[in-house]
Write a protein that binds this ligand. Structure first.
Ligand code: ACM
Length: 498
């Protein structure tokens, strides 16, 4: 078992016990300028060392050499030299992140243990989702969170941009959304929205960290806020069978600040609604360089089933026509004629209930793939412990670190193979979360378990792909996370390294 604090577990780790590379200020980083910049910043943050720019006593050499699968890298560390080779720029970036995890304080000063590593991802899509609708999170919070995720080799930031409580992206085609539908949030907290420039800044920061932004406009449910701006496209709140979550009752045309779900719907079939959907998705496609647009589709309990099927099929086809790949939560799998290749996002439990697995399989039957977000494992907004101040519990919560770790992607939806699974995503809904400290308190350390599910080999397929090994490896990441400014709760399930 490797005790090196490497998460997610690399494909192959061969340590040379006892030997190390001494990391001192006269070490030079040579080679690829972008990766060198990443390493300079990481080493400065972790150790306080400003490395010299000139080739000195010893070098860390970084280069893209084109060998190996996408996003893969190889690293070798001995007493004299560190070498990182990436198949591509992303692979080299991930190699730099791995190096950051290896840096350790010792009686001899800062050291990097001698080791050979070869590493590649299991899944192409490794996502985190941030809900910026229940509470609005500003650009600096979003960029801080995406940097945290990128350091664990996530490559997708899914932004849940709209919900009953607020619409968070200003659109020139529909100016009333920012003007009238953005100022509310859960609990009566202040809302907010991104300007197109804000959104572009998030995308650029994500790209610099090798992450793709997947924006979501959630429809046809979760749309109460839309009715504040364009009442003609919103149905009246439907309060039959909705879950009030102990909060206020929604009133058409008034901001909703509760945590209830399942009461709102767009007016399906109305020409005004079709025009609205066309406008907002066209503009979103223009603003978004990445390949995916997510259109929600979850918990549309206020939409009659036949209308729901008509709406999601039509909307998926609008997105395809715009040249993007549609993504929807698994409920949309109920529709017969989704655009071919639509991606389904499964948010049922590790052991499926209520036909959620059947809905997910329907995407594959139509040429799509599935993103796995089992709510009782990777919903980072579940309370980690019963007494945690933030978080919810509806998904079999509280969700321990061990439960967040102990699931195997290919075993969730029976009938799917690895090839049917696009990847794994860990959502963080923010009903109870106002700021970055709250995000850190819920996301860490469980986000590291999700990273391992997304990147590393299948559960049990390597000696170290076990809870016992993960628990040991993650324990050594505390000092790095602390220097990165992450205010993670010291879960009692882990014996943290001071
Ligand atoms: C969801 O949690 N409603 C996707």
């Amino acid at each position: 078992m490797t005790s090196l604090p490497l998460v997610p577990l690399p494909s192959s780790v061969t340590p040379s016990p006892g030997a190390f590379f001494a990391l001192t200020a006269d070490v030079a980083v040579t080679g690829d300028a972008d990766a060198a910049g990443v390493l300079h910043r990481l080493i400065l943050t972790r150790t306080g060392l400003h490395l010299t720019a000139d080739p000195g006593r010893a070098v860390i050499d970084v280069a893209v050499d084109g060998d190996g699968p996408p996003e893969s890298y190889r690293m070798s560390v001995d007493e004299h030299r560190v070498s990182i080779r990436g198949a591509d720029a992303a692979g080299l970036f991930y190699g730099a992140q791995t190096l950051g995890q290896l840096i350790a304080g010792s009686p001899e000063g800062w050291v990097i243990p001698a080791v050979d590593i070869a590493d590649e991802p299991r899944f192409a899509y490794r996502g985190v989702m941030l809900d910026v609708a229940r509470h609005f999170h500003d650009v600096s919070t979003v960029t801080a969170y995406l940097e945290r995720a990128a350091s664990l080799k996530f490559n997708v930031l899914h932004l849940h941009l709209t919900d009953d409580q607020g619409w968070r992206l200003a659109l020139a085609s529909r100016p009333e959304l920012a003007a009238r539908a953005s100022s509310s949030a859960v609990g009566g907290d202040p809302g907010g929205f991104y300007t197109p420039d804000d959104y572009r800044a998030i995308i650029a920061h994500a790209a610099a960290n090798h992450m793709t932004v997947v924006p979501e406009f959630d429809m046809p449910g979760h749309t109460h806020a839309v009715g504040l701006a364009y009442p003609e496209v919103a149905a009246a709140p439907s309060l039959e069978g909705w879950d009030a979550a102990g909060g206020p009752t929604p009133v058409a045309g008034e901001p909703y600040s509760g945590m209830g779900v399942g009461f709102s719907s767009l007016r399906i079939g109305a020409p005004a609604t079709d025009a609205f959907v066309e406008d907002v998705l066209t503009e979103l496609a223009e603003l978004t360089p990445g390949p995916y647009l997510h259109f929600g589709g979850d918990e549309a309990h206020g939409t009659p089933a036949a209308d729901f099927a008509t709406f999601v099929a039509r909307t998926s086809r609008v997105i395809s026509r715009l040249g993007k790949t549609p993504v929807a939560w698994h409920e949309a799998g109920a529709a017969d004629d989704l655009a071919p290749g639509t991606i389904g996002q499964y948010w049922g439990f590790i052991t499926p209930t209520d036909g959620a697995d059947e809905r997910a399989r329907a995407f594959v039957a139509r040429g799509g793939r599935v993103i796995l977000s089992p709510a009782d494992a990777v919903y980072l907004d579940m309370k980690p412990t019963a007494d945690a101040p933030l978080g919810l519990t509806w998904a079999n919560g509280p969700t321990s670190l061990e439960r967040a770790y102990s699931w195997e992607p290919v075993d969730v939806v029976s009938g799917l193979t690895d090839d049917d699974i696009l990847g794994v995503e860990a959502p963080l809904w923010t009903e109870t979360v106002r700021d970055l400290d709250g995000i850190d308190a819920l996301a860490f350390p469980r986000i590291a378990a999700a990273a391992e599910a997304a990147w590393s080999v299948a559960t049990g397929a390597a000696d170290d792909r076990t809870w016992e090994s993960f628990r040991e490896r993650v324990s050594g990441l505390g000092p790095l996370w602390t220097t990165l400014g992450i205010r993670f709760p010291a879960s009692s399930e882990v014996a943290w390294t001071p």
